[in-house]
Design a protein around this ligand. Structure first.
Ligand code: DC
Length: 224
């Protein structure tokens, strides 16, 4: 069974997905992690520069996602592990620069198709809460329940600022707003799989809710 959570950057979808998955005993699949992984591998091992990331060669995508060297799995706590040549690279993917690179490769049709296949294969043998931008619209249009999380730009900018502070980057509120607006623009206006509210999705504006309250609301829909 698959539950999807989509939403713009800093809408809280990743944390909500992780907590919801824990509560209901599902695995949490952050599809953004898959985009980050591929971006990281292309830059680190294939020597891609920023300009080339929006059009990676298909042979490189296939090479780096080949199960002979690339394996996704979940540990006992439900956490995603991405092993490349036997190293779990998830801890290396949180950097701001990788997030930026991921948003560049995310515009490429071959990348999206390869990662869609990967997500389908993970869903074959696991119950998943998947978060992303196109999880309920394109990747799992028949998901059991679809959520779309959002919040006001001010609230999202504050969350973005706090998240970056923890990573050691100080941003002014205006810088955070600018970055969020530019990312929203890229996510919503790209030709392939733009961020949309999926058909049949339950929309939750969590500007005034804590993350626990957000997950409470989501869980309440599961019992209806
Ligand atoms: O969820 P995240 O911030 O870790 O995602 C990183 C980037 O990957 C983000 O800029 C958009 C892209 N992405 C996407 O295009 N589609 C998804 N399903 C998930 C992420």
């Amino acid at each position: 069974m698959v539950i999807t959570i989509d939403g713009p950057i800093a809408s809280g979808k990743s944390t909500a997905a992780r907590l919801l998955a824990q509560r209901i005993g599902f695995y949490h699949l952050s599809s953004g992690m898959l985009f980050r992984t591929l971006a990281y591998l292309l830059v680190k091992y294939a020597g891609y520069k920023e300009e080339k990331l929006s059009m990676p060669a298909q042979k490189d995508i296939e090479y780096y996602l080949n199960p002979a060297r690339f394996i996704c799995s979940f540990d006992d706590t439900g956490k995603l592990h991405v092993m490349f040549k036997e190293e779990n690279i998830v801890p290396l993917l949180k950097q701001k620069q990788i997030d930026h690179y991921a948003s560049l490769i995310a515009t490429d049709a071959h990348v999206r198709q390869a990662l869609l296949k990967l997500q389908h294969s993970l869903a074959q043998s696991n119950n998943l809460v998947v978060d992303g931008r196109d999880s309920g619209s394109i990747v799992f249009p028949n998901a059991a329940i679809k959520f779309f999380l959002t919040a006001s730009i001010e609230v999202r900018a504050l969350r973005w600022q706090q998240k970056h502070k923890k990573l050691g980057y100080d941003l002014s509120l205006q810088e955070a707003i600018n970055q969020i607006e530019s990312r929203d623009d890229r996510d919503k206006n790209r030709k392939i799989s733009p961020l949309v509210i999926p058909n049949g999705a339950i929309v939750i504006d969590n500007s005034d809710y804590s993350i626990q309250e957000t997950v409470d609301i989501m869980e309440s829909f599961m019992h209806r």
